[in-house]
Write a protein that binds this ligand. Structure first.
Ligand code: PMP
Length: 357
């Protein structure tokens, strides 16, 4: 039997039918495709960090619960005292932990973060995607109807939403939480770029948890996500988390960055927020482009009909990599997603867009 025959015989059909999560080749390009923070660390901070790493015992397993890091997160992220915290190897891993632990359908809105559907499929849970309205707000009647019909074990709502950048109405989100029979996850991956949060409201709803990541804050390379919620839920999720899922270098570095690097990171996110405002205004001035208001570190733009592919290629040709969303969902036709970069990177992006006309 050939390897292909064996794969056909033994790999689950839902896995064989999946496409792997694709990451674009970016070498030599200005990377405005993946919502990373474009700034490095000041030299003095980098030196102190390397000093700290010298003391790390890589021969030992890390603290399985990451207690030191959790203590810093609790303080810096204002996690309510009575709530438990679970760390993940990126919030992607937390999505997987939740989907593995809960028994029933996974529901989210579309267009949304693609990993909710992908993980649901590979852990063998039915997935329900409810379309947003044309302006990317929640279609509340459709959502409540889907919740009633499918009785999901798990609902994911990203706030701000990726790839649209908008903030779902808080009162409508509350209606979904109240109607959902199972767990609702508010995914606050983009929390460094908005004031909106459900973190302080965790105690109000027995079926609510808040998930965040340090990726967009400026620590994407560490792969660190966290979940805050009541101990009843999180004690179960800890059972599914693989022991030592967050390595010691990530634990130490994240704790250091959130503590001693707090001022530098705050300055960087403030710069990104102000560049977001400038970039949005400049995009509005370019004929044929329609930017959508964003509370995240990226801006969704609609190009003139049929021009997304051509503009994507023109940007790449000019050295700037963005995300092409045209073709991924009917509500995203002619759309590109632009991550906010440094002022120089954004200038280059704008220059290329103006030139492509
Ligand atoms: N949630 C949302 C809404 C995202 O956009 C992303 C990353 N693009 C993630 C979760 C995953 O983040 P990470 O695994 O880097 O923590």
């Amino acid at each position: 039997m050939s390897a292909a025959d064996l794969v056909q015989r033994w790999v689950r059909p839902e896995i064989r039918s999946l496409d792997a999560y694709s990451v674009q080749e970016a070498s030599g390009l200005i990377k405005l495709d993946a919502m990373e923070n474009p700034y490095g660390w000041p030299d003095s901070l980098r030196r102190r960090w390397l000093e700290r790493l010298k003391g790390v015992s890589v021969n030992r397993y890390p603290d399985p619960a990451g207690r030191e890091l959790v203590a810093v997160l609790r303080r810096v992220m204002e996690i309510p005292e009575e709530m438990e915290v679970l760390l993940g190897n990126g919030s992607d891993e937390i999505i997987q932990i939740l989907a593995l632990a809960l028994n029933g359908p996974v529901l989210s809105v579309e267009p949304g973060f693609v990993m909710y559907a992908m993980i649901a499929r590979f852990v063998g849970r039915p997935y329900v995607g409810v379309p947003l309205r044309r302006d990317f707000s929640l279609d509340l009647p459709a959502l409540l109807e889907a919740v009633e019909r499918h009785r999901p074990a798990l609902v994911f709502l990203a706030r701000p939403n990726n790839p649209t950048g908008n903030l779902f109405d808080a009162a409508e989100v509350e209606r979904v939480i109240a109607a959902a029979p199972g767990l609702v996850v508010i995914d606050e991956a983009y929390s460094p770029f908005t004031e909106a949060t459900f973190m302080r409201r965790l105690g109000e709803f027995p079926n609510l948890v808040v998930m965040r990541t340090l990726s967009k804050l400026g620590l994407a390379g560490l792969r660190l996500g966290y979940l805050a919620g009541s101990p009843e839920w999180l004690d179960e999720f800890h059972k599914v988390r693989l022991p030592y899922n967050v390595n010691v270098l990530s634990q130490v570095t994240a704790a250091f960055a959130l503590d001693e690097g707090a001022a530098a990171l705050a300055e960087q996110t403030a710069a990104i927020r102000s560049e977001r405002t400038r970039l949005f205004a400049a995009l509005e001035e370019i004929a044929g482009l329609e930017p959508f208001p964003s509370e995240a570190n990226f801006i969704l733009v609609r190009t003139a009909p049929g021009r997304a592919e051509e503009l994507f290629e023109a940007l790449k040709e000019g050295g700037v990599l963005v995300k092409k969303l045209h073709g991924s969902h009917s509500l995203l036709s002619d759309c590109l997603r632009l991550t906010v970069g440094t002022p120089e990177e954004n200038d280059r992006l704008l220059e290329l867009l103006r030139r492509a006309g």
